[in-house]
Ligand binder design. Structure first.
Ligand code: ADP
Length: 307
């Protein structure tokens, strides 16, 4: 079975405070626990894909500082190929400040640091690994021209692309048309399609609009409800797995990493989405981004016990 996944994207160190509720503007709340954890959408997706069983290469930039070194150590210990992770000498590593409330909902501020320095030239340096991959995964925490270079390189080499349009921002059809699977959450689907998404009916309308903008297929993630799959003649909700949510940070990232692994292995989109729902559900039961990404055995067990 082929399982080569390349992730081009961001790496951050997350600084997390658990609080009764997320502070309002001008408000100070005392009493939460503090933790740091490896994060960044690209790195989260790479780690999720590696733990879910893929042979993963990561294309990224971190700072030449303590956070960058720790991130590198983490990638290596998860078996990720870091040949194309540069330690930028002149820029700090990316960081994210995260508040998590009692229900596991979050609020996040990011300082991009070295992620903003990831260039199309960095992507071209990684041409061989991208061209040899089964799936390329990209998100939007690095410059948009870098994302464009990556998806174009994939398209030129017949590599399928999981395009995760997160964090929410508008995208041109020049990028969207290279998405083999576009994976917005409800907010991102609404922003890209111009159609408000609050339920499955809206998700279908938004997905239909998005497909007309170029991607081959759309998977709208719906939080605990699972995900809505829209491809050629299929429109289907793939239900989520019931778990006790502790922290939904990186649920979307684990979803995308796991989706990429299943697609790289040849699974049809609905089956891959079920695998991704299982991985993401397990991730919400634990605090932190990369620490919460489950192993292949854990994902397989959740699927087996919920036939
Ligand atoms: P994001 O975290 O990017 O906003 P979602 O909230 O849609 O994205 O979550 C992504 C995926 O994570 C969902 O499609 C689902 O598979 C899973 N998920 C999220 N929240 C829960 C939850 N409370 N219980 C089970 N699965 C969840």
């Amino acid at each position: 079975m082929s399982n080569k996944v390349v992730v081009v994207g961001s790496s951050n160190t997350d600084m997390i405070i658990k609080l009764e509720r997320i502070p309002k503007r001008g408000e100070t709340i005392i009493g939460g626990d503090f933790a740091t954890a490896a994060g960044g959408k690209g790195a989260n997706q790479a780690v999720a894909a590696a733990r879910a069983g893929a042979d993963v290469s990561f294309v990224a930039r971190v700072g030449n500082d303590m956070f960058g070194s720790q991130a590198m150590e983490g990638f290596v210990s998860d078996g990720i190929n870091v040949e194309h992770v540069e330690m930028d000498p002149g820029t700090p590593s990316g960081v994210a400040l995260i508040f998590v409330d009692e229900r596991g909902e979050n609020s996040i501020a990011v300082a991009s640091g070295a992620n903003a320095k990831l260039t199309p030239a960095d992507v071209r340096e990684a041409r061989d690994v991208i061209a040899g991959a089964d799936i390329l995964v990209v998100q939007l925490e690095t410059p948009v021209e870098t994302v464009r270079a990556a998806v174009e390189l994939a398209a030129d080499n017949g590599v399928r692309v999981v395009l995760n349009p997160a964090p929410a921002q508008t995208l041109g059809e020049d990028i969207l048309r290279h998405g083999s699977v576009l994976t917005p959450n409800e907010t991102q689907a609404a922003l890209l399609s111009g159609i408000e998404v609050t339920d499955v009916v809206d998700a279908e309308k938004a997905a239909a609009k998005l497909v007309s903008m170029g991607p081959e297929a759309i998977v709208v993630t719906l939080g605990a409800r699972g995900a809505f799959v829209f491809e050629s003649d299929r429109r289907e909700v793939v239900p989520g797995f019931q778990v006790d949510a502790v922290d939904t940070t990186a649920a979307g990232d684990v979803f995308n990493g796991a989706l990429a692994v299943a697609l790289a292995g040849g699974a049809p989109l609905v089956e891959a989405t079920r695998f991704a729902n299982a991985g993401a559900a397990l991730s919400v039961t634990k605090l932190g981004a990369q620490p919460s990404a489950p192993t292949r055995a854990e994902v397989d067990e959740l699927i087996r016990s919920n036939p």
